[in-house]
Design a protein. Structure first.
Lengths: 117, 219
């Protein structure tokens, strides 16, 4: 992946407006957070291959971390801390936030076809 | 019963960190070893450091890393096809039956797995429990011995000390080479070990202290 280029990402988000897309949304602090620090919690969630349609999309941010909001007919998809992006298999938009050690903290991915299992 | 060791762990790299030394010792005695690897670690957060994988490319990359490590260890590998982080939500009986079928085919003398409830990661605990159930479901005369690995904080308080402590320092290099096959996981502790041969004697000794012994509970 490469550092987010806000204008290019915005163009890709616009492409999918009013189109049914599969999403992958995820956040995690790893499976060992509370193992290494007994006062910490393991926190994570992911949604994969759920279909949504959004009517508005915007990427906002400054510096190296960005937020994305996708407005649907009755709600929102939201992700923050996004730092990098790539186009996977020519058609899938992958956005992710990595920490200084390169570990994934958050991801937001969109595709007109399902992600692999 | 001919000797054959089956390793049942959920993630590519679990085999290398936890039991590569013991595996290498079995192989040096000519004992066949088969690794039943539960998932491809699809949901891992380490993507290499600097990152070279992403959420969609990670499974294939980790599959290749797994094959490389198994080649270093000279063992067979069978991928079970579960998805990372989901084993605890699968039907426990279905997973146990799946494992039982494979074990009855291989007819192992020893199974190495995680100690349920004492192996930190939910996948470790769930696959360990299914593996133990699978063995219990086997006909008594065919049941392999089970070695279970525990490393949850304070496990000794509840379980006591492991009865098997393998000194694997003679296999240290093979173990390090197996661990280092898992390059995408370099964000964790592997990163520090990448150049272990160039590290000072003190650091090398620390690594040996840490990875030079492998402990198991016989169940």
């Amino acid at each position: 992946m490469k550092p987010i280029e806000i204008n290019q990402v915005q163009r890709w988000l616009d492409k999918f407006i009013n189109t049914s897309v599969y999403i992958h949304v995820e956040t995690t602090n790893g499976a060992y957070a509370s193992h290494f620090d007994d006062k910490a919690y393991n926190v994570g969630a992911y949604v994969r291959n759920v279909q949504i349609t959004y009517t508005q999309a915007k990427i906002v941010g400054e510096g190296n971390a960005f937020r994305v909001g996708l407005k649907t007919s009755n709600g929102w998809i939201y992700a923050e801390g996004l730092t990098d992006w790539t186009i996977h298999e020519d058609t899938k938009v992958l956005l992710a936030g990595h920490d200084r050690e390169g570990r994934l903290m958050v991801a937001l991915q969109l595709s007109e076809t399902p992600f692999d299992y | 019963m001919d000797k054959h060791v089956v390793i049942i762990l959920p993630h590519p790299d679990d085999e290398s960190f936890g039991s590569a030394g013991s595996i290498a010792q079995f192989r040096s005695q000519g004992i066949p070893v088969t690794y039943l690897c539960g998932t491809l670690g699809e949901m891992g957060r380490n993507m290499g450091n600097p990152p070279f994988a992403n959420r969609e490319t990670l499974p294939e990359i980790r599959k290749q890393e797994l094959k490389n490590a198994c080649e270093v260890l000279d063992i067979d590998v069978k991928m079970l096809g579960y998805r990372d982080k989901t084993i605890e939500f699968e039907d426990r009986n279905a997973v146990a039956n799946h494992l039982q079928g494979i074990l009855e085919e291989i007819n192992p003398s020893l199974v190495i797995t995680h100690y349920p409830g004492y192996a930190v990661h939910p996948d470790h605990n769930a696959l360990g429990a299914a593996a133990i159930q699978a063995v219990e479901q086997m006909e008594k005369s065919r049941r392999p011995v089970i070695w279970a690995q525990a490393f949850a904080r304070g496990f000794q308080k509840e379980l006591g000390e492991p009865d098997i402590i393998n000194d694997v320092e003679d296999q240290f290099e093979t173990k390090m080479n197996a661990i280092l096959c898992h390059q995408s996981q370099a964000g964790g502790m592997i990163g520090q070990l990448k150049n272990y041969k160039d590290l000072g004697a003190e650091v090398l000794q620390e690594a040996k202290d840490r990875f030079g012994k492998e402990a198991f509970f016989t169940l």
